[in-house]
Write a protein that binds this ligand. Structure first.
Ligand SMILES: [Zn+2]
Length: 114
């Protein structure tokens, strides 16, 4: 007979976030989210670059992919500009010259912008 029987230590594992049984927990899996850094502690650098065939893209650098939710951020920026975009490592690219708009938007989100 274990001393712990019937004590809280005998409780099946519960999720620390929702306090449900882990088998019933529907929280999203632990991802790199714990590495997320507040936007106001990051500085984004924006530049408009010309690519081959005269294509112009607005490049956002200075943000680390593992400190931000890049897929969500990219979606937000793309829909804000009504343009396509991609992320490549620690860089986000939005098609077209959206320098001013993206500066405003990133500031609005809370990033420092240089
Ligand atoms: Zn949970």
């Amino acid at each position: 007979m274990g001393l712990l029987a019937g004590t809280p230590f005998d409780r099946p594992p519960h999720c620390e976030r929702c306090d449900r049984l882990e088998s019933e927990c529907t929280c999203p899996p632990e991802t790199a989210k714990s590495n997320l850094v507040a936007p106001d502690r990051q500085t984004a650098r924006l530049a408009v670059e010309k690519r081959r065939k005269g294509k112009v893209v607005t490049v956002i650098s200075g943000l680390a992919a593992n400190q931000n939710d890049f897929p969500a951020l990219l979606t937000q920026l793309k829909s804000f500009c009504g343009a396509g975009g991609t992320s490549d490592g620690d860089t986000l690219e939005i098609q077209g010259d959206h320098l001013d708009r993206l500066q405003q938007k990133l500031k609005q989100i809370g990033y420092r912008v240089r």
